[in-house]
Design a protein around this ligand. Sequence first.
Ligand code: ADE
Length: 253
Amino acid sequence: MTNGEKKDHKIWIISLFPDFFKAFLETGLSGRALKGERESGLSVHLVQLRDYSSNSYKGVDDAPYGGGPGMVMRPDTLQAALINGVVGPGGYGPDWKEKLHVVFPGPRGRVWNQKNCQEFSQSAWGKNGHGKDLVFICGRYEGIDERFIQKYVDEQLSLGDYVLTGGELAVMAIIDSAIRFKPGVLGNRESFQKESFQGGLLEHPQYTRPRLFEGLEVPEVLLSGNHKKIEEFERFESIRVTQAERPDLLEDL
Ligand code: ADE
């Protein structure tokens, strides 16, 4: 399916802590875009995992088979949240697997960077992408039962080689960075074309008023009005900063 003809894209988030997302969904650029403003065509739907527990004490996890520390999230509760909290209310019908892309953030996933962020954004919301609505599963405790991943997860994504206490922060980082590539979200600004990692380099340093700050001047060339010279300077600075801070990026060019 292409989504050229489809305007609205839903993002579902299954979490034990939906409150985590409050500020994110209400504040700043991400908040406006995710409320469907700025012609983003996006909306976010939070699903409380605990509501789909099958036991009287509302448990969603259990001890791991084989022993070991911590608890594991039960596959049946996750499945119930997906089917009854997303597929049902979203009206996706029996062929819902064709209409939803299920993402599970965790340390085992593909490591997130600006390149695969752009690809992810284009495949979800771009003209020739899969165009499916997104479902994010936020893990907690020691992880989630492997069989849920096997049956229902389409893609695993990692923020980096460290362990978070839960997937919520990862989901916010993934959504926040991905929506910036969706037309309409940043408006007409070309911001992301010049920012860090586009073209494989870090962005050049930026300056604003005052011209003199604690003995440091704004570089003269930026005040010259000579656009060619400014462009050359910024390109040079971009390479200099990348060389100094992230020389590994230059190796990949
Ligand atoms: N959940 C726990 N650790 C994570 C990581 N590194 N990336 C994404 N989600 C996670």
